[in-house]
Design a protein around this ligand. Structure first.
Ligand SMILES: C[S@@+](CC[C@H](N)C(=O)[O-])C[C@H]1O[C@@H](n2cnc3c(N)ncnc32)[C@H](O)[C@@H]1O
Length: 217
């Protein structure tokens, strides 16, 4: 799977993709990443990619460089691939939705990160297949919204998580009726007068499973 990100700030993804689980998955070729700097597709001599919005406050990403960058990727891939655009006002991202996206996309795709107020509507009309909101608040950084989506998405790729049980038994999983995970403990058995529930020390798997189900919220 190859993830193409179109952005004005490719460097803002460096720290995210160079640590922990995501770095390891990329390093093991479980997915590939290609960052495309939007300004490289501008025909303006100063490499500008924005312009004033018609009858609205703020600047907007112009359609030409964005369209060129998308077409460039389509050509490289030899075909049209899904295009995702992040926005506060569309489909809210939930675990069920992530699972659905993983099933339907599950191949190379593009994420557009714009800048300023918005991108020209015609790009959305012409190219965008998935419009995804990470929840009902407004961020200033498109790259953060894209990273949130990617983080939740990438963990579904086989072998990204060492232990597939965590995918199956995490909060909002189908197995747990989309409820929140039960409380989790480690050693020591007692900490500041708080004790690990007795059943978890019992080695009685049936009772432990029952306890887990009863402690979902
Ligand atoms: C300042 S916001 C633009 C807000 C836009 N003018 C509006 O009112 O909906 C800049 C960009 O960050 C991204 N963004 C901000 N909040 C988001 C959210 N909750 N979910 C997904 N993307 C978000 C979107 O790509 C958005 O276009």
């Amino acid at each position: 799977m190859k993830i193409h990100i179109i952005t004005i700030f490719p460097e803002s993804f460096n720290s995210y993709f160079s640590s922990s689980i995501i770095w390891k998955a990329k390093d093991n070729w479980l997915f590939e990443l290609e960052l495309h700097k939007l300004n490289d597709f501008s025909s303006d001599k100063f490499k500008r990619v924005d312009d004033k919005a018609y009858w609205m406050h703020g600047q907007v990403i112009s359609p030409e460089p964005l369209s060129k960058s998308i077409e460039f990727i389509f050509e490289k891939e030899w075909k049209k691939i899904p295009v995702i655009y992040m926005s506060p006002s569309w489909d809210l991202l939930k675990q069920e939705k992530i699972e659905e996206y993983y099933q339907t996309i599950n191949w190379n795709f593009i994420i557009i990160c714009g800048h300023y107020e918005w991108i020209d509507q015609r790009i959305i009309d012409l190219y965008v297949d998935y419009k995804i909101s990470i929840w009902e608040y407004v961020l200033s950084s498109w790259e953060i919204a894209a990273s949130v989506f990617l983080d939740a998405f990438i963990r579904h790729i086989p072998w990204v998580l060492w232990n597939n049980t965590s995918l199956e038994e995490d909060s909002f999983s189908k197995k747990f009726d989309r409820k929140k995970e039960y409380p989790i403990y480690t050693r020591p058995e007692e900490f500041k007068w708080k004790i690990v529930p007795e059943v978890l020390l019992s080695w009685n798997h049936k009772k432990i499973d029952e306890w887990k189900i009863n402690n979902l919220s």
